[in-house]
Design a protein. Structure first.
Length: 509
């Protein structure tokens, strides 16, 4: 049975033969007049016209002096090329052209450029009858066919470029991912928000409860953190005088993989001066509906957990769940007064992990997540205790609770938003409490950011802030986090085939 090395060696032989003929198998220039998809879409108008198109070879069939070559375009549409051998055929090898007699030097996976007349085959298939064919890229490895399949998850993640070529559902997923972020941007820009891309490297990692990645900047001889949130720089921009700002880009949290979380992922946060959490909730309802409409063309979903989610009609509002009340109803826990022993007893009774470093905040959050996993949503979680949220304003009627809302659907929290704390003295005291938690061993508690406190002392208007990540996309797609990104981070490994293919690279002493 032929191995990958056998296939590669044969293609290297063909590559050498092409070069011997004077053919450049990797020319820099290609002149395409029509894509494969355009030829199909405009076939009636183009029939009889000469076009130049490009694509990757999917199959080659030869019958005497007649050959049929099928190519695939960028959009996965396929087109049949009819290539006949004539008596006086000519090819300019210096321009990477080939004769039909050179067909044996081509393989599936090669990229070619074909010029010819748009026509129908004898069986009625939309085709191009080739008058000139150029090789654009000689592929040294065979691309698996649809029939071969490419289903091993490890291989798919490591060679996503093959996965996308072979599995059209994966290709379409990343097209929708692009639409998801485009719809998010368009909605916010239409609402008057200004997109500002802030630095990824920060001297203090703030804005979220997470363990940061640390790196070194040699120019300043100082450690920096990869941002865990977009929040604090955007709020500094409110201090600077902007009223509506947002940022879309990567953030980094040095935590384990799960179906819902990746250490690196894209996220968006917006901040809106003179708005409060009630205005934020209304904007969120409109945002998620716009994104669903533009990305999937529906507002009804069945995520991977099987819970049906319906984001409803314009003008309707999502229901609300009180954090304080739901923990009281479910576990008979008073989030403020119940002793830690009672909270930990409930964790054990519900088979939830109890760690030595767990504090009140972390323990209550675990109990809530045990409730959350069964919620279909969409709902807004409200009434978050002040001690659990160091960056949110307190409710006017109850200083123990914050003006925070979290969008929950599919058993998970998909956004966090609140009326932003802009009292510098209060902010300083809350940072001190977070620092105390860090000193006691909570690596995810927030760091003291004295520069941000000083910025607040110059004055930040009342505002609402909101953040969500592409976990929203993964959930509505019904896929895991690693399925939902193009190139997930993986442990570096070299497979035996690669070692055998490049012996000079791996056999060094």
């Amino acid at each position: 049975m032929a191995t990958l090395k056998d296939f590669r060696d044969e293609r290297l032989r063909k590559l050498a033969e092409l070069k011997t003929l004077g053919v450049n198998p990797y020319p820099a220039r290609s002149v395409r007049t029509h894509t494969v998809q355009t030829i199909h879409q405009q076939f009636a108008e183009l029939e009889g016209d000469t076009v130049t198109t490009t694509g990757r070879i999917v199959s080659i069939r030869k019958f005497g002096k007649l050959a049929f070559v099928v190519i695939k375009g960028e959009d996965a549409a396929e087109l049949q090329l009819i290539w006949r051998r004539g008596k006086n055929d000519a090819a300019d090898y210096a321009e990477s052209e080939l004769l039909q007699a050179n067909l044996g030097l081509l393989d599936t996976g090669d990229f070619i450029e074909a010029t010819g007349v748009v026509t129908r085959s004898q069986t009625g298939e939309e085709s191009v009858e080739v008058s000139k064919l150029r090789v654009l890229t000689k592929a040294l490895r065979p691309m698996p066919s649809k029939q071969d399949g490419f289903t091993n998850k490890e291989e798919r993640f490591r060679r996503r470029y093959v996965d996308i070529n072979v599995n059209d559902d994966v290709r379409q997923r990343f097209i929708r991912r692009s639409k998801f972020w485009r719809a998010t941007r368009e909605f916010l820009q239409d609402e008057g928000f200004l997109e500002v891309n802030n630095p990824v490297l920060e001297s203090v990692a703030g804005g979220a409860d997470a363990n940061p990645f640390v790196t070194r900047m040699d120019a300043l001889d100082q450690d920096f953190y990869l941002r865990i949130s977009h929040e604090l720089p955007l709020k500094r921009l409110l201090v600077a005088g902007y009223e509506k700002v947002f940022d879309v880009g990567p953030r980094f949290r040095n935590e384990n993989y799960s179906d819902e979380h990746l250490p690196e992922h894209n996220a968006m946060e917006w901040y809106w001066a003179y708005a409060d959490w009630e205005m934020g909730m209304e904007l969120t309802e409109r945002l998620i509906r716009k994104v669903c409409d533009d990305t999937w063309g529906t507002r009804q979903f069945t995520p991977a957990d099987g819970k049906q989610v319906d984001f409803g009609a314009d003008g309707t509002h999502f229901s609300r769940i009180s954090f304080v009340e739901v923990l009281k109803e479910k576990y008979d826990i008073d989030v403020f007064d119940s002793p830690m022993a009672d909270i930990q007893a409930q964790l054990k009774a519900n088979k939830l992990e109890v760690e030595k470093t767990d504090n009140r905040l972390r323990s209550l959050d675990k109990l809530w997540k045990n409730i959350r996993k069964d919620l279909a949503g969409p709902v807004f979680l409200v009434d978050m205790p002040t001690f659990m949220q160091p960056l949110a304003k307190m409710q006017a009627a109850n200083s123990d609770l914050t003006e925070q809302f979290n969008l929950v659907f599919g058993g998970s929290e998909m956004c966090k938003a609140f009326s932003e704390l802009n009292d510098p003295v209060d902010q300083y005291e809350r940072f001190l409490e977070q620092q105390r938690l860090r000193d006691e061993g909570d690596d995810e508690a927030q760091m003291m950011d004295i520069d941000f406190v000083e910025a607040l002392e110059y004055g930040m208007p009342p505002a609402c802030g909101f953040g969500w990540s592409e976990r929203v996309f993964w959930s509505l797609e019904g896929v895991s986090a690693r399925e939902g990104v193009t190139f997930p981070a993986m442990r570096s490994e070299t497979d035996p085939t690669t070692i055998a293919t490049y012996p000079g690279l791996f056999n060094k002493s």
